[in-house]
Design a protein around this ligand. Structure first.
Ligand code: ADE
Ligand code: ZN
Length: 336
């Protein structure tokens, strides 16, 4: 099954580039840059990857990002991810980055975007990519607007904006101004909602921000009217099962609602969120839920198809990617 999933053409739509920073690269960059990490060894760092909830993860995640300083560091980070994504059958990656995490440390947004873009250009023949700038919701709405203004000279390098970080207590409607600016600039809109917080956050992301996709969205199931809306409007959910397990949203992955929502007609996708921290890249996420929830081959194909359909890639390329997916599935014999 793993080989079938690996070869399945798919899009990754929920991936934080800072969350792909593996301990080895983190220590290498910290050493090179003279950055003091609050961990003495890779083993000590890995041992700290036991999370109670989203907040307990975010503390370590922001500490780790401090190792990234130069344009080349950001390029190295993106190259490592893209090499892995290509090997995992990802044909389109829409990658989140958190500029405020770096700007707070005195790093120019142009350094971040420049490095990420350089690596994306290097991989342009093997994978289609786009960058999504995420606003940190634990910071102020004014900070989000200022970040968008700082990004204005680089808008040709990004395809959209998103909203991430500490969800509970920081509802989407706080960020209407920043999202309005992004919409006026012609960017695509996504938002984390319903990862830990109530379905009202998902409604708010849809109604107030105009989010076209919901990142996570697993708490939507608590509101049948919302689920019906997601089905009717075919709003994609970018789910991340291993993340949900590690952050104790579904401590037992067998309780994950991905299959129920998929069978209810929600446009569900599978993604890896922060793979260096949650123990698995995209194929690992597919395999984990396929095994835990006993997904059929057709359901795995459906999820991969959903991911390409839900991506922001141009229509011509989307059609080619979907053709490639169907050709792959037709060419692999069904076993069992
Ligand atoms: N930033 C990185 N990963 C995140 C997650 N799972 N939820 C919110 N913000 C994040
Ligand atoms: Zn996320």
């Amino acid at each position: 099954m793993r080989d079938f999933i690996k070869g399945l053409p798919k899009a990754e739509l929920h991936l934080h580039i800072e969350g792909t920073l593996e301990p080895e690269l983190m220590f290498e960059l910290a050493h090179k840059n003279g950055v003091d990490l609050p961990f003495d060894s890779i083993a000590e760092l890995r041992a700290a990857y036991e999370f109670d909830d989203l907040q307990s993860f975010l503390g370590i995640y922001y500490q780790g990002a401090a190792a990234l300083i130069t344009e080349d560091d950001f390029a190295a980070l993106m190259r490592a991810y893209l090499a892995r994504a290509v090997a995992d059958g990802v044909v389109r990656a829409e990658v989140f980055f958190d500029p405020q995490t770096h700007m707070e440390r005195g790093i120019e947004i142009g350094t971040v975007i420049g490095g990420l873009r350089k690596a994306m250009d290097d991989f342009a023949d093997s994978i289609s990519t786009g960058l999504i700038l995420c606003f940190l919701r634990h910071l102020s709405p004014d900070d989000a607007v200022a970040t968008f203004e700082a990004a204005r000279p680089y808008l040709n390098d990004i395809i959209g904006v998103g909203l991430d970080s500490s969800e509970i207590g920081n509802p989407p409607e706080r960020f209407v101004a920043a999202f309005d600016l992004a919409r006026e600039a012609g960017l695509r809109l996504v938002a984390h909602a319903g990862e830990e917080a109530a379905p009202e956050y998902v409604w708010s992301a849809l109604d107030n921000l105009g989010a076209e996709r919901i990142d996570h969205g697993v708490q939507s199931e608590k509101d049948p009217e919302l689920v019906q809306h997601l089905v009717d409007k075919q709003v994609p959910l970018t789910m991340c099962p291993l993340s949900n397990q590690k952050l104790q949203v579904f401590p037992d992955i067998r309780d994950h609602n991905l299959r129920r929502l998929l069978e209810r007609g929600v446009k569900v996708t599978i993604n890896s969120d922060d793979p260096a921290y949650f123990g698995g890249y995209i194929v690992d996420n597919y395999v984990a839920v396929a095994e835990a929830l006993d997904l059929s081959r057709d359901q795995m194909v459906q999820v991969a198809e959903n991911s390409i359909e839900a991506s922001f890639v141009g229509e011509d390329r989307k059609v080619k990617m979907l053709d490639g997916l169907r050709a792959y599935v037709a060419g692999v014999p069904v076993r069992d």
